[in-house]
Design a protein around this ligand. Sequence first.
Ligand SMILES: Cc1cc2nc3c(=O)[nH]c(=O)nc-3n(C[C@H](O)[C@H](O)[C@H](O)COP(=O)(O)O)c2cc1C
Length: 413
Amino acid sequence: MEQAMLARAYTPLRVGPVTLPNRFIKAGANENMSLRGMPTIAMLKHHESMAAGGVGLTTMAYLAVSKVGRTLPDQIWLHDGVIDELRAVTDAVHAKGGKIAAQITHGGSFVTGVFVPGRLQSSVSGFNPAGLLRGNILRRGMTEVDMEHMVEAFVTAAEYCVSAGFDAVEIHMGHGYLLNQFLSPMDNNRKDAYGGSAENRARFPTRVLGAVKQRVGQDIAVLAKINVADGRRRGANVDDAIITAKLLEAAGADMLVLSGGRNVESGWFMFGSNMNLEAMYRVLGKWSLSGMAIGATAKSAPAIDFRELYFWEYSKKIRDEVSLPLAYLGGVKSADNVAQCMAADFEAVALARALLREPDLVNKWKVRPEEPSLCDNCNSCVAYIYHPGGTWCIHRPANLLEDNQLLASSGGV
Ligand SMILES: Cc1cc2nc3c(=O)[nH]c(=O)nc-3n(C[C@H](O)[C@H](O)[C@H](O)COP(=O)(O)O)c2cc1C
C-alpha cells in the first residue's frame, strides 16, 4: 500500500466554503430513522456515531424538497417545522468534529410508498409502472412553469438546510428520482430543449444546481450525486455522465459524488451485487405487494459477482475529463482501495455499506490499515431500509427499538 496516499485521505479537504476534516464521506443511505417526516433519536445517534468513528462528512439521506416529493410515508421533507429537530442532529455531528450534508431529492414519478393526488411530475407523460403499488399510475411531463416551481422548491429546501446547520447539500441526480428522470433516456424522450442529446437532458438538473449554488453557495457546499451510468443498454452511459459532469462543473458544483444504477431497472448495478431476496422477504413479507414487486424485479437481474471498486473504470473516465473535486463511490472495502482512489486524484471516497458494518472504520484504518472492511456485501442492510428499527447491518447488534421515537419526545430539542 502506498502509505503517503492513504495519509492523504486523512488530510482536510476544502469543498466550496467548507473544509472537511478528512476525505471520508458516509454516502447517503436511507436511514428509515424518521417518523411522520421528523428525525428520530436513532437518526441522531447514527450520524453522531459516524462522526465519532472518524467520517469527515456524513450524509443524511433522502430529504424531500417538498411533501409531494416524498417516496415513502415517513420520509423527512424540508419545511419550517422540522428545522429544530434537524439542528439537533447537525449539532451532534459537529460536537464530534464532523461535518454533515443533507441529500435533497424529489421522487418525481418514482413514488412507491405514498399516494400523490394527480399525475406525478416527471420528464415525460404516460403510464408510470413504478407508481403501481400506491395507485400513482400516471405521470406528466413538466412544463416550463413546473420547472420554475421545482427550481424554487430545491432552492428553498437548500435554505432550510442552511438554517438547520448542514455544511452541505447533495442534490440527488441519480438512481431514478426526478432529476435522474431528466438525465436518463430510460425515461426522457422529450422532443424539446430538455430531451434528446445528453446536453439537453442535463439542462434542467443543471439549472437546479446553478440556482441552489447561487442562493446558498456562500454558506454551504453544493454537491450533486450523479450516475456514472445507468447500467442498462437503453440508459445513460459514461459519455453522457461526462457531459453532465462538465455542465455541473460549469454551473458551480463544489463536488460530485459518483454513483450508478437505477432503483427499479438496475439495482444490482448500483450495489455491484445482487439483491438479498431472502432478507427482503424477511423484512417485507414474501407475499406483500412490495415483496412481490421487489422479487419480480430482482429475478430479471443478471447474476453478478461483487468486485471491489466496481465503478472504477467509469469513474476514472470522468476523472480524466473534469477538474472539480470528485468523490469515488462503489465497493470501497480496504485502506488499499482508499489509497488507490487518492493516487488516481479523486479528492474523496464515499462509503455506505462498509460504514453501516463498522461506523468506526475510518479510525480503524488510521491505525490498522491492513485490516479490510468486515462488510461481506450480503446486502441485508438494503432490506432493513423497510424495518421499523431503521436501516441496520445484520452482523451488528440491532438498533434499539426505543430509539425509534421523535427527538422532540426525548427532550432532545
Ligand atoms: C441501506 C442502503 C440505503 C441506501 N439509500 C440510499 C439513499 O437514500 N440515497 C442514495 O443516494 N443512495 C442510497 N444508497 C446507495 C449508496 O449511497 C451507495 O451508492 C451504494 O451503497 C454503493 O456504495 P457502497 O459500495 O459503499 O455501499 C443506499 C445504500 C444502502 C446500502
